[in-house]
Design a protein around this ligand. Structure first.
Ligand SMILES: [Zn+2]
Length: 226
């Protein structure tokens, strides 16, 4: 329990992560944003406190949000528990360099979808993941079949997978990712027991097998049997 200010306000803990640089920190408390008094029911049940990130690289101010909690039923007191900090800066997921190299568009769209998901735009992030998947698969196919560029670009994604993806693991995972991705764009879901977590996992498997395939080809090309 930490005593805050001079009005008997208590908090359960201080924030442990800076929401701007996402580092683990012991923040510097700079001010109590809302003045509150113990045992007054008319006051807001929310408390906001300004902190400063001690990191020399960051040093941003941020706000820790607390909720007022009664220590016993029916009582009003000044005990607050930590809820979250803001502004929460989005940290893009780390993607393999091989994936960024083969499909910069995938990386851009995937990060935007992840950003939408982090902002709780849950009804549209799935459409973004589905679009990202299309770019990854098509760019992978284009890297192996440069002669069919216009065909690949104009072909429906599932047809493209069936015709141009020869690696069984990529093909099987990508096919299932398309099924779930299409569910994110259509009025009615076909795969009702699956959700966006399954779609993300399947896209991660496609990434994994694509990187494996690219690296395998690279070593087979550079180290020939003697
Ligand atoms: Zn920071």
């Amino acid at each position: 329990m930490i005593q805050l200010g001079r009005n008997g306000i208590q908090i359960d803990k201080e924030p442990e992560i800076c929401p701007v640089c996402n580092s683990v920190i012991s923040p510097l408390r700079t001010d109590v944003l809302k003045e509150m008094w113990k045992d007054q029911s008319s006051w807001s049940n929310k408390l906001d406190v300004i902190y400063e990130c001690p990191s020399a690289k960051c040093g941003h101010l941020f706000i820790a949000h607390y909720k007022r909690k009664s220590e016993s039923e029916g009582s009003i007191n000044a005990f607050h528990s930590f809820s979250h900090s803001s502004p929460q800066k989005f940290m893009p997921p780390k993607l393999d360099d091989k994936i960024i190299e083969i499909s910069p568009s995938f990386s851009k769209i995937y990060n935007q979808a992840a950003s939408a998901e982090a902002s709780e735009l849950t009804e549209i992030c799935g459409i973004g993941y589905r679009k990202a998947l299309e770019f990854l698969i098509k760019d992978f196919c284009l890297s192996e079949h440069t002669e069919d560029e216009s065909k690949i670009k104009n072909m429906p994604l599932m047809q493209c997978i069936n015709k141009y993806v020869s690696d069984v693991n990529i093909k099987e995972c990508a096919t299932r990712a398309v099924w779930l991705g299409n569910d994110e764009t259509h009025y009615e879901r076909k795969w009702v027991s699956r959700d966006i977590e399954d779609l993300k996992l399947l896209i991660n498997l496609v990434i994994h097998w694509t990187v494996s395939s690219l690296l395998t080809k690279e070593y087979m090309g550079s180290m020939q049997r003697t």
